[in-house]
Design a protein around this ligand. Structure first.
Ligand SMILES: Cc1cc2nc3c(=O)[nH]c(=O)nc-3n(C[C@H](O)[C@H](O)[C@H](O)COP(=O)(O)OP(=O)(O)OC[C@H]3O[C@@H](n4cnc5c(N)ncnc54)[C@H](O)[C@@H]3O)c2cc1C
Length: 418
């Protein structure tokens, strides 16, 4: 069963409780997939947030823009959990007792498990400079933070965004559209540098600048400035100073691995799991943002932060627990909405050695087909959903087209997919 700790994942018996820690995308999906696969035993989903389980992507997109109330981001209303006999437990897990097969909540309550699924996700990486805790320095990971930002941002305010990654840029573009003065600081020489190819960075940099966002490369914040406990500005690493009413920090996340580590499970850049998403304990799985999984597809351990990864992991674990063990082999894909542009990515482009464009960035619709040798490894698309679908299908099937075909707009992708 792939690279692993030597366990073959076992089916859970109907009397056993599947206990899920964390009710984000991964945790919610395991519960749903277990029921869809016909598991009739107890399923408990531990939720440490103040809201029913909800989707994160809208927090930096539609919800932030002001569309809908809290119910618009929920996966499902309360009735769904009752109907599906998925028991939602409010609480935060503070310890796992592997010998006793139980977890302890902050309230002191103990909950038993037959199989435990760690779906603890990730948390904001905090800005480590003086005065970073002043009022007006904000983050965007959970519903409460999105809600606070949504009510906080007002036209005319001066905003400094620290970090030009997906979250920072999605927030910056929404804030700019609402009439804020926006500056973005980025240590790297281009936007979203860790995740996308230079062509995509260049396109989004241009679009954000055209919208009136000022982007500063090669600089970071060295100190947050304030008065009476409130932020008034940011000191930059190049000696400049910027006034600010609001500072939003988007400098990445840290996986929530401490619970697993304290229980003696191996952790590294995530909770270490094998290609079946099992930890070193055959009765504990880990999935989603918190999991560092062995990937036969990429031949290396991976930790990804995406809805696709969280939900496909969840489906794989639910299948194993209901008697259909499989090696996890999902194809990574991702999207980001910035301004009026939709970026969609299929595959992983890290390590590509050449890329070709299909379509024209100047026209606002193009894709970057990335190759390693003669193998297509990833497709990044801006406002070309058809190319994205093509990329996903072909890459999932391990198929490729040549760079010449990719660049030739008369080459029919639909036919190539057939
Ligand atoms: C603002 C924003 C926008 C995003 N946009 C996109 C997008 O456009 N496309 C995309 O693919 N991905 C996007 N993502 C990423 C995506 O949302 C994450 O990859 C996904 O949420 C991961 O799911 P998860 O279940 O692993 O973790 P999470 O969704 O983080 O859920 C983990 C849950 O576990 C809880 N928890 C942690 N520790 C404990 C404990 N000890 N006890 C109980 N509960 C615990 C946490 O509070 C949390 O509720 C976005 C993320 C954010 C924050």
């Amino acid at each position: 069963m792939g690279v692993g700790f030597g366990w073959v994942g076992r089916k859970v018996m109907t009397k056993e409780t599947v206990l899920i820690v964390g009710a984000g995308h991964a945790g919610f999906q395991v519960a749903v997939s277990l029921r869809q696969a016909g598991y009739a035993g107890p399923v408990r989903l531990i939720n440490d947030e103040a809201l029913l389980p909800y989707q994160r992507p809208p927090l930096s997109k539609a919800y932030l823009k002001g569309a809908g109330g809290a119910e618009s981001v929920l996966f499902r209303p309360t009735k769904f959990y009752t109907d599906q006999a998925i028991e939602l437990v409010d609480g935060h897990v503070v310890a796992i007792d592997r010998a006793k097969h139980s977890v302890r909540l902050a309230s002191g309550a103990e909950l038993p498990y037959g199989h435990l699924v760690l779906a603890t996700g990730a948390r904001n990486r905090l800005l480590d400079v003086p005065n970073a805790n002043l009022d007006g320095v904000m983050y965007l990971r959970n519903f409460a933070e999105s809600e606070a930002l949504r009510t906080h941002i007002k036209a005319g305010q001066r905003l400094v965004v620290i970090g030009a990654g997906f979250i920072g840029l999605e927030f910056a573009s929404t804030a700019r559209a609402k009439g804020l003065e926006v500056d973005v600081l980025e240590l790297a020489p281009r936007v979203m540098a860790r995740a996308v190819t230079p062509d995509i960075s260049a396109y989004f940099e241009r679009k954000h600048r055209e919208a009136g966002i000022r982007i500063h490369f090669g600089v970071g914040a060295t100190e947050i400035e304030g008065m009476n406990g409130k932020v008034t500005g940011v000191a930059l690493s190049d000696g400049r100073q910027m006034s600010a009413d609001l500072v939003v920090v988007g400098v990445g996340v840290l996986p929530n691995i401490e619970l697993a580590a304290e229980a003696g499970l191996p952790v590294a850049a995530g909770i270490v799991v094998d290609a079946q998403l099992l930890t070193a304990d055959p009765d504990i799985s880990a999935i989603g943002d918190c999991a560092l999984f062995e990937s036969p597809r990429f031949g290396a351990p991976l930790r990804l932060e995406s809805v696709q990864n969280a939900t496909d992991h969840a489906r794989c674990v639910a299948a194993r627990l209901t008697g259909k063990p499989e090696t996890y082999d999902g194809l990574p894909w991702f999207w980001s909405d910035q301004g009026n542009d939709k970026l969609q990515m299929a595959g992983l482009t890290a390590g590509f050695d050449h890329a070709v464009l299909r379509g024209d960035p100047a026209q606002g619709a193009f894709s970057v087909f990335c190759y390693k040798g003669d193998r297509m490894i990833g497709v990044e698309s801006v406002n070309r959903a058809g190319d994205h679908v093509f990329g996903r299908r072909m890459l999932a099937a391990g198929r490729s087209i040549t760079p010449q075909q990719a660049a030739d707009m008369s080459f029919d992708l639909k036919q190539a997919m057939a």
